[in-house]
Design a protein around this ligand. Structure first.
Ligand code: FE2
Ligand code: FE2
Length: 167
């Protein structure tokens, strides 16, 4: 997993959290919703979150947690809601979010499959990061579902999704 730029991200028990998530992860670690996806969501989300003044701790936790409760690779409509419940159960153990931060993280996870664009830079940076990685399942991200800043990253993110670039 690419964990570059750790020096500029908030401090929390990152390795403990990732171990805990992986221990309970019920689908393939090598599938479309596994750690390689989380890493790309994190990379895109942090870049956008920083440039737009979002809460990068919330964005990073979204990347690691948003697909952590999937039961299958396809039509698991409630995986975001379960991820929100999971995040609440972990707060104070691997990370310490204030109520407002936890609310944003939970909202972003509960609604991440909805296709809406949000005015909150933190929430939209989470969704942008996820949607910019649609190339891994053969879908080109569409600018109508991204922030203006994220729309500029479609080509590079799609190359990365397909394994054509490490950047
Ligand atoms: Fe998801
Ligand atoms: Fe995802």
């Amino acid at each position: 997993m690419d964990l570059e730029s750790l020096e500029s991200t908030p401090d929390f028990d990152r390795s403990g959290l990732l171990s805990h998530i992986l221990d309970q992860f019920k689908i393939s670690r090598h599938g479309a919703h596994g750690p390689a996806h989380w890493a790309r969501v994190r990379l895109h989300g942090l870049k956008l979150g920083r440039s737009r003044g979002g809460d990068v701790l919330v964005v990073e936790l979204f990347a690691f947690l948003h697909d952590s409760q999937r039961l299958n690779e396809y039509s698991d409509r409630l995986h975001g809601s379960r991820a929100a419940e999971f995040a609440v159960s972990l707060n104070g153990r691997f990370f310490d979010l204030q109520t407002e931060q936890l609310d944003k993280l939970c909202y972003a996870m509960e609604h991440h499959s909805g296709g809406v664009v949000h005015t909150c830079a933190t929430i939209q940076s989470c969704w942008d990061g996820d949607r910019l990685d649609l190339g891994r399942v053969g879908i080109k991200p569409h600018k109508d579902y991204l922030s203006v800043e994220a729309a500029k990253m479609i080509a590079s993110a799609t190359r990365m999704s397909k394994g054509l670039s490490s950047g």
